[in-house]
Design a protein around this ligand. Structure first.
Ligand code: SAH
Length: 487
């Protein structure tokens, strides 16, 4: 085989990459590097649509083939054909698989097919659901003196037959078991597990609308039926499902949970989604045209969503858009916004020391020259815009505000009843309203946390007392931590 692969130098390479379960930031650095050089990505159904946003890779639209986007879904043979076809035309191909390609992932089967065609391949491991999801849910797979072993198994065989040889270990992590759960739990009972054995089900682990359920082995199939459990779900049986770590489950309703994970174990149920303005392309074209005749142009980006919307609107092909900003002065409201610009190949944005509008204005001189292009969501007030006018007006300058995006209630919110949680976290007044509209008082029946005074005021208008918590600061729900930092 080695020789065949050496001879394959004229063809493209296929990287069979484990994406990890759920959000893109769980991919390995090696996997990310492969993605960065890919011409074509063929993703499987477990990889969420938001994956490339999460990892910050901009792949041209025609470079991604979503297996689940096809109607009907592609068969394994069709996937193999696509891998071969693209590699033989010299392209670098990433076959992106949920979890680890070698754990119930058919990665090795694909590698064999590629070898038969003399195509070079590499398998890049990923985090598998069985270990990553319990870790995110606060379930220890091993614990000194208490839990010494765990086993990963599929609950069923091809077709719908139950795996007749379910392993014995302190914990068993069952994949692909949703449809056959009643028979699988019967078999575990017959194998000698107690009906009181703790079980946790993690449905859509790490993805939007994640839910978790707990119960004894004797009742878990009934619970799954009652809650209408869907795939993908991981069934955690045994010691790992026994809750020992004091960690609140937080229903996080903001757009990006990245900075909030220290608060507890998060379920991401976003209240809002960002949509682009229908005339975003015209707005950007107009601003760029105005910029051509200005002596100096300052672009101010106030959010990551604004950066995305700008590039999406500036060209269909985001990769080329960085040239648009060449020569301009760039200001990003915070480090996250600057990083987002870098992902689009635009470096050198200034980030004010004080975050937000205050820092942006503080960094400008009293009288600025040239044109200022402010990219800010449609819902923001015009306070920043007015302050900028005061600085840029006169001297042939001016301010153009681009309202390229707005946050609207998430179209999938309310598809399912709220999951069990210890606290709910709101990051904006419009998020509070979206939850109120869909779930009513039920949304606020547990502890309510929020990010700032405006959100707190929105809660108060509904007679709900919210507690302001800063990201990265553990709050009182976690035992043993002080709540003094909450304002
Ligand atoms: N290669 C993957 C597994 C593919 S088999 C890995 O290593 O994780 C598909 C099964 O994996 C699903 O039926 C489910 O049991 C589990 N799974 C994968 N991703 C999951 C997720 N985000 N949430 C819950 N279960 C998941």
């Amino acid at each position: 085989m080695g020789l065949t692969r050496l001879e394959a130098s004229q063809t493209g390479t296929v990287y069979i990459v484990g994406a990890g379960p759920g959000p893109g930031d769980l991919i390995t650095v090696r996997g990310l590097r492969a993605l960065e050089k890919a011409d074509v990505v063929i993703a499987d159904a477990l990889v969420p649509r938001s994956f490339f946003d999460d990892v910050g890779i901009i792949v041209p639209d025609n470079g991604i083939i979503w297996r689940d986007a096809q109607e009907p879904a592609l068969t394994q043979d069709q996937v193999n054909d696509l891998l071969i076809e693209h590699a033989l035309t010299g392209r670098t191909v990433v076959r992106l698989k949920g979890g680890d390609p070698g754990v119930f992932g058919r990665g090795w089967e694909e590698a064999e097919v590629l070898s038969r065609h003399g195509i070079a391949w590499e398998i890049i491991p990923g985090l598998t659901a069985g270990t990553a999801l319990p870790a995110q849910a606060g379930l220890p797979l091993t614990l000194r003196g208490e839990a010494r072993s765990f086993a990963l198994a599929t609950g069923r065989l091809d077709g719908d037959e139950v795996n007749p040889e379910l392993p014995r270990a302190d914990s068993v992590l069952l994949y692909m078991s949703v449809s056959a759960l009643p028979r699988i739990s019967e078999q575990l009972l017959a194998d000698g597990w107690s009906p009181r054995t703790p079980v946790t089900i993690i449905e859509r682990g790490g993805l939007l609308w994640e839910r978790r359920f707990r119960g004894g082995l004797g009742e878990i199939a009934q619970i799954a039926q009652e809650v209408k459990l869907t795939s993908p779900a991981l069934i955690v049986v045994g010691e790992a499902a026994r809750r020992r770590v004091e960690m609140p489950t937080i229903l996080f309703t903001g757009l990006d949970p990245a900075n909030f994970r220290t608060l507890g174990t998060l379920l991401h149920w976003p209240a809002l989604q960002v949509v682009e303005a229908p005339d975003a392309g015209e707005q950007v074209a107009h601003a760029l045209e105005a910029g051509q005749s200005a002596r100096r142009v300052t672009f101010i980006f106030t959010s990551k969503a604004g950066v995305r919307a700008f590039f999406a609107a500036a060209t269909g092909q985001a990769r080329c858009s960085k040239d648009l900003l060449t020569g301009a002065r760039l200001i990003a409201a915070g480090p996250g916004t600057a990083q987002m610009l870098e992902r689009y190949g635009v470096c050198g944005a200034t980030v004010p020391e004080v975050p937000g509008s205050e820092g942006i204005i503080g960094g400008l001189s009293e009288r600025e020259r040239g044109l200022c292009v402010l990219i800010q969501g449609a819902q923001a007030t015009n306070a920043l815009e007015c302050e900028l006018f005061a600085r840029f007006e006169g001297n042939g300058g001016g301010v153009v505000r681009l309202k390229l995006h707005r946050a609207v209630p998430h179209c999938e919110l309310g598809g399912t009843a709220l999951p069990e949680h210890d606290a709910i976290f709101f990051t904006s007044p419009s998020g509070v309203r979206a939850y109120q509209d869909v779930f009513g008082a039920d949304a606020f029946r547990r502890e309510v946390l929020c990010i700032g005074e405006q959100t707190k005021a929105a809660l108060r208008s509904l007679d709900v007392e919210g507690k302001v918590v800063h990201p990265g600061v553990a709050e009182s729900s976690r035992s043993g931590r002080s709540s003094s930092s909450a304002t």
